[in-house]
Design a protein around this ligand. Structure first.
Ligand SMILES: [Ca+2]
Ligand SMILES: [Ca+2]
Ligand SMILES: [Ca+2]
Length: 232
């Protein structure tokens, strides 16, 4: 399914300043609250938030809860900022956002941080084009990307598609979905920390692949957090 286009290896995390937006991408919306800093959660605590009070995100959780932790709860600090999410909320949930206004034939770059709560946790990222009806779950949907990611409790793991096969847009609404796959705890409500989620769109597939330096200038990130990533 993936277009076999060689993509120059790009260190997305070093793309600090975004300039030179392409005309096709300049109207695109972006991921909202990709750093999980809203709503406010006290340091050293966590909260189950109904999805209605979490800007940007929706969830498949059985109680519609998005679990957000504050810095230091059970000894875990955020990867970026001072809050992060746990995908295994009241259930093994998938949280997602739909992004509109991205033209066809553009390459998508993404990055996020993942960490286990016990042992090794596994999560997934799926990027789906919702088709001409722009409705999820109908016959015209196209999965543009799917992968699973593992992490341990040792540290936040930085994940990106930089250097992999290009993910090329089809021009309809895009769904970015981050899902709990399995937990080291064996408990569906314990595992898979997620933070600093962002994406960018840029170079069209019909254009020659530029040198890494110029590709960096064409990428626009979905959250401001991407411009100030810091590891803890
Ligand atoms: Ca954060
Ligand atoms: Ca939980
Ligand atoms: Ca559809």
């Amino acid at each position: 399914m993936f277009k076999q286009i060689a993509l120059a290896t790009v260190a997305l995390s070093t793309a600090f300043i975004v300039t030179g937006l392409t005309a096709e991408s300049s109207q695109a919306s972006s991921l909202v609250n990709g750093d999980f800093e809203n709503p406010f959660v006290q340091d050293g605590t966590f909260r189950f938030n109904d999805e209605s009070i979490v800007p940007g995100w929706k969830t498949t959780d059985t109680k519609n809860h998005i679990e957000i932790w504050g810095d230091g709860f059970l000894g875990v600090d955020a990867a970026v900022g001072r809050q992060f999410a746990e995908l295994n909320a009241q259930s093994a949930s998938t949280i997602f956002q739909d992004v509109t206004g991205i033209g066809a034939g553009l390459e998508v770059g993404f990055e996020f941080y993942h960490r286990a709560r016990r042992g090794t946790d596994v999560m997934s990222l799926e990027i789906t084009d919702l088709g001409e009806d722009n409705i999820f779950g109908t016959q015209d949907d196209t999965s543009l990307f799917y992968n699973t990611y593992s992490a341990t409790t040792a540290a936040w793991v930085y994940n990106t598609n930089a250097g992999e096969d290009a993910i090329v847009t089809l021009g309809n609404t895009l769904r970015f979905a981050y899902g709990a796959v399995s937990t080291g705890s064996g408990n569906a409500t314990v595992g898979n920390f997620l933070d600093a989620v962002s994406f960018g769109v840029g170079v069209g597939e019909s254009q020659p692949v530029p040198e890494p330096a110029s590709l960096l200038g064409l990428l626009v990130f979905g959250t401001l957090g991407a411009s100030s990533l810091k590891r803890k």
